[in-house]
Design a protein around this ligand. Structure first.
Ligand code: NAI
Length: 484
């Protein structure tokens, strides 16, 4: 029937063919429509039993259990620690992130004071908050009155520190510059009560270093929201050496209150999500240098299940923004995270900053995009391998196994407590395909031995950055996997 056809078409568009269950469900409904009930039910049972044994189903069930166990997650091992009650918040910086965070707090009833240096920035921030509320009214999540009440009751603004004397938490989201952030935190600490938690939304700067200017570093923590804040469900919580368990428990509870999933990580360059994601993006650029076409690289990643190809994603994030984080990683980890050489040309060209400047790996013209040929020409000039032919599976393994390898290092270093949290963070923070169950779950499905063999092969062709992590080698030797 036409209805069935349209339903299937919509599902295919949404799932890109990666999730068979919704299609089977539609087919069962169509079948049952024209048959007696017992036949319909028998058919449904048959379809169900086919699906339930697939790896996709098992991965999704595992994810469900991960999510359930996260409900009890407090971020600390000592269960006598009581989180502080947070009723009043402050946000510094009314830009993209600050406005998003202010919206998230106000929406869940936290009275929030938003500060920026000038009124014109505050006005822009308020407009952004208003836009999110309007969208919620449009999809009928809120009535116009409810939206107005939440907005007017819970959001106020200031261009100085007035009203910061009674805050329970202040989240900073100003420019990504450590010296400016340090200065602001130093001023801020004098304006807030002793119990107040100070959090930074930095995406790449060291929490430990920032805390050196504070007299109460135990109250200081990283709270890394993802953009756009109203849609991204993850908050990476970065713990410094001096952060108190009470502070950790408090921001974990606050994040849950905002209906986000908190994952506690240690302070290291890139924290967890960017540390694992950036090597994937960087490897995609190295593939361009080695002569693989831009479209092909993106297609291969999308076929694997990523929501967006890596080069499209880099354009969306902004090449200037990505480069800054990439430099932090290169400085932190050296050779294995060396930024692709073509970035020299990209950074030298201020028009080439990705989607926002209409030019990146693609050129954006009135709703269309085409590959940026001149950039590709420059990229291939950096590689002696750009005339070779590559198998799709090689390109995919270069991009994905580099993530697997870095994930395992994070686990070995205790950057994140366990494999379940790591997989959840990568799925929620980067859109790593849920049906694959996460980066480490994917590694298990390929077999750790096979991963180690592949990494060694890639290392012999492309270089040391693919050298398998020690823990991976150990798992391969012991015949272990990350999941039971
Ligand atoms: P933005 O440039 O949109 O906003 C920064 C705002 O801070 C501006 O309104 C500016 O006037 C204000 N500001 C600067 N100095 C100030 C001061 N001393 N006091 C008060 N306000 C001040 O920047 P965006 O993108 O919102 O980023 C903010 C922070 O969030 C950065 O640390 C960034 O690394 C981090 N972040 C950004 C993400 C993104 O996708 N844009 C994602 C996750 C974190």
């Amino acid at each position: 029937s036409f209805v069935g056809y349209m339903a299937k078409k919509n599902v295919k568009k949404k799932t890109k063919g990666h999730y068979p269950a919704p299609l089977a469900a539609i087919n069962s409904v169509i079948y049952g429509f024209s048959k007696p009930i017992d036949k319909g039910l028998r058919n449904e049972a048959k379809e169900f039993s086919k699906l339930v044994i697939t790896p996709i189903s098992k991965n999704l069930v595992q994810l469900f259990y991960n999510q359930e166990s996260l409900k009890k997650y407090t971020g600390v091992s000592d269960d006598t620690i009581r989180p502080k009650v947070i009723k009043k918040a402050g946000v510094i910086g009314a830009g993209l992130m600050g406005a998003g965070i202010t919206w998230a707090l106000s929406y869940k009833g936290v009275e929030t004071r938003l500060k920026d240096v000038e009124n014109k920035f505050l006005v822009k921030g308020l407009q952004q908050i208003n836009t999110i509320y309007k969208q919620l009214v449009k999809i009928r999540r809120l009535t116009p009155t409810q939206a107005n009440i939440l907005f007017l009751k819970n959001v106020s603004t200031t261009s100085n520190f007035s009203g910061f004397h009674d805050r329970d938490i202040v989240i900073e989201a100003i420019v990504e510059d450590i010296e400016i952030k340090k200065k602001v935190f130093q001023q801020l600490e004098r304006q807030v009560p002793d119990h107040c938690i100070l959090a930074s939304n930095t995406s790449s700067l060291s929490i430990n270093e920032m805390s050196t200017v504070l007299t109460r570093p135990e109250n200081f923590i990283g709270m890394h929201f993802f953009s756009p804040v109203n849609r991204m469900p993850l908050v990476e919580i970065i713990v410094g050496d001096k952060t108190s368990p009470e502070t950790i428990a408090s921001v974990v509870q606050l994040s849950k209150g905002l209906k986000k999933t908190p994952v506690v990580v240690k302070d290291c360059p890139g924290f967890l999500v960017n540390r694992v994601l950036l090597p994937y993006l960087n490897e995609a650029v190295k593939c361009v240098q080695d002569g693989v076409s831009v479209e092909k690289i993106d297609q291969i990643a999308v076929k694997f299940g990523m929501p967006l190809g890596p080069l499209s994603l880099a354009d969306e994030v902004g090449l200037d923004v990505g480069y800054k984080v990439a430099m932090v990683l290169e400085a932190g980890y050296g050779e294995r995270m060396k930024t692709a050489q073509v970035f020299q040309d990209i950074i030298g060209d201020s028009d080439c900053r990705g989607r926002k400047s209409k030019k990146g790996f693609y050129i954006y013209k009135s709703g269309n995009k085409e590959v940026n040929r001149p950039l590709v020409d420059r990229a291939v000039s950096y590689s002696s391998m750009s005339n070779q032919k590559y198998l799709d599976s090689d390109v995919l393994d270069r991009m994905i196994l580099v993530m697997v390898n870095e994930s395992v290092r994070c686990l070995a270093e205790g950057v994140v407590e366990n494999h379940l949290l790591l997989d959840m963070a990568m799925i929620l923070g980067t859109g790593f395909p849920p049906f694959r169950g996460g980066v480490l779950r994917y590694a298990d499905s390929r077999g750790i031995k096979e991963i180690v063999t592949r990494l060694r092969e890639l290392a012999s062709v492309y270089g040391e950055r693919f050298k398998p992590a020690d823990l991976l080698i150990q798992y391969a030797q012991d015949g272990k996997s990350f999941y039971k």
